[in-house]
Design a protein around this ligand. Structure first.
Ligand code: PMT
Length: 398
């Protein structure tokens, strides 16, 4: 998986920098081409000579080579990379990355990198637990960066707690898993439904819901980043995406969404039904605005909309994977499992409006996934970008 991959190894100034030597050796052994970028304080802990001998490349630390004036282009290095690993990442470097403080070569390279970024924090337990570090790490996660959580153990201060940089072998395994998960969706056709549906009552009114499309679009973007050909069948939303490899089909009603999905699904490897589809629509569309009655309140008769997920579940082939969502307010697990089985889904993602930060319109979500084989995975509250990654990781390893 790592053979031929271009990896930037960013090293900042912490005692755990000694482990970066092992990490570098393991990456080279796995066949990666590694460019080391080290901060000025990183060089206090580990010498560039060791790193360049192991990587076979000059180590970059300054914007210019002092004696020749040669400029080191952080932009070119950023574009060259398939991945950037920052290990160790000190509290200071984490803060700079989170806030765009581009005062050294490592941070400018990070800001220019288009490739996925993996950050392995290393610091004393109190620094790790400080609200500013926590906030900065959350910011980095919300940018889509991968945080390789530090382990608990004895720290340089001899205190015991969380803050030890993850072992190099584990970091390499993390990268393996990442590249394997990227491979799994390459060239696959993925259908994602997103947003609400609007069921027209008259020219000025509709039945709808609060879905913003954020969750569905985040899944679509993550799948496209992993090389999938993605189609979003989207209800009316105010968001959009410029990610390549995403085709958006705009619909309004559940009926229109149903027709598009039934047409597209036979050509899909994966379908993820994230839209909040209205279960009912007015039986009759009134083509002029319903006037306010003097005495009587108008009665709108409703009819059932088609169940898109259930229809796809009925026509699903064994080589296809169908994933649904369950948005619940009560009796969550039972309701989710009932939908999983009734709609013949391979997996259902439960989000509950009982959890603050989860559900409609928010930038975060908290999910539990249930699989048709009985497996269950619970996740903490995360940004929808992170949740999308978890969802795709669990779909491909189901
Ligand atoms: O868009 P956001 O603001 O980011 O919010 C995200 C979300 C809360 C909308 C999303 O995470 C979510 O939970 N989507 C599913 C909402 C929903 O309609 O759940 P449900 O439990 O009513 O439906 C179960 C499943 O059947 C869903 O996959 C749904 O898409 C599908 N369904 C429902 C009704 C119907 N007629 N056809 C369907 O396909």
């Amino acid at each position: 998986m790592l053979k031929g991959k271009h990896i930037i190894l960013g090293i900042s100034g912490g005692i755990a920098a000694y482990k970066s030597v092992t990490l570098l050796r393991l990456l080279i052994k796995a066949g990666a081409e590694v460019q080391v970028v080290i901060t000025p304080s990183g060089k206090e802990f580990i010498t560039p000579v060791t790193l360049s001998a192991l990587s076979g490349k000059p180590v970059i630390s300054e914007f210019f080579t002092a004696n020749t004036g040669e400029w080191h282009s952080h932009v070119d290095i950023g574009l060259w990379a398939d991945a950037m690993v920052i290990a160790p990442a000190t509290a200071s470097s984490i803060a700079k990355m989170a806030n765009g403080v581009a005062d050294n070569m490592l941070i400018t390279t990070y800001l220019s990198a288009k490739a996925p970024v993996f950050i392995a924090p290393a610091m004393d337990l109190d620094m790790m637990a400080h609200p500013s570090t926590k906030r900065n790490i959350e910011l980095l996660k919300s940018y889509g960066n991968h945080i390789i959580e530090p382990a608990e153990g004895e720290l340089a201060s001899h205190l015991i707690g969380k803050g030890r940089m993850e072992e190099p072998e584990e970091i390499v395994k993390y990268l393996y898993r990442f590249f394997a998960s990227q491979q799994a969706l390459k060239g696959k056709n993925v259908l994602v439904t997103a947003g609400p549906t609007y069921e027209k009552i008259d020219p000025v009114r509709f039945i709808g819901n609060y879905s913003s499309g954020k969750m569905g679009y985040a899944i679509a973007e993550e799948a496209a980043h992993r090389g999938a050909n993605v189609t979003i069948v989207s209800g009316p939303v105010s968001i959009s995406t410029s990610t390549p490899n995403i085709n958006i089909i705009k619909v309004e009603s559940a009926r229109e969404m149903y027709e598009q999905c039934v047409k597209i699904f036979p050509n899909c490897d994966y379908a993820i039904m994230c839209a909040a589809v209205a279960d009912y629509a007015p039986a009759k569309y009134i083509d002029i605005k319903i006037k306010r009655e003097k005495e009587d309140v108008p009665v709108i008769k409703l009819v059932k909309n088609p169940d898109i997920a259930a229809k796809l579940g009925a026509i699903k082939r064994p080589d296809q994977t169908l994933v649904g969502f369950a948005l619940e307010t009560n009796n969550e697990e039972n309701n989710a499992l009932e939908k999983l089985h009734r709609k013949n889904l391979d997996m259902i993602i439960l989000n509950s409006l009982q959890d603050s930060g989860a559900g409609f319109g928010k930038d975060t979500n908290k999910i539990t996934t249930y699989f048709s084989n009985g497996k269950k995975l619970e996740y903490s509250l995360k940004s929808k970008v992170e949740v999308a990654k978890d969802i795709l990781d669990s779909i491909i390893t189901k």
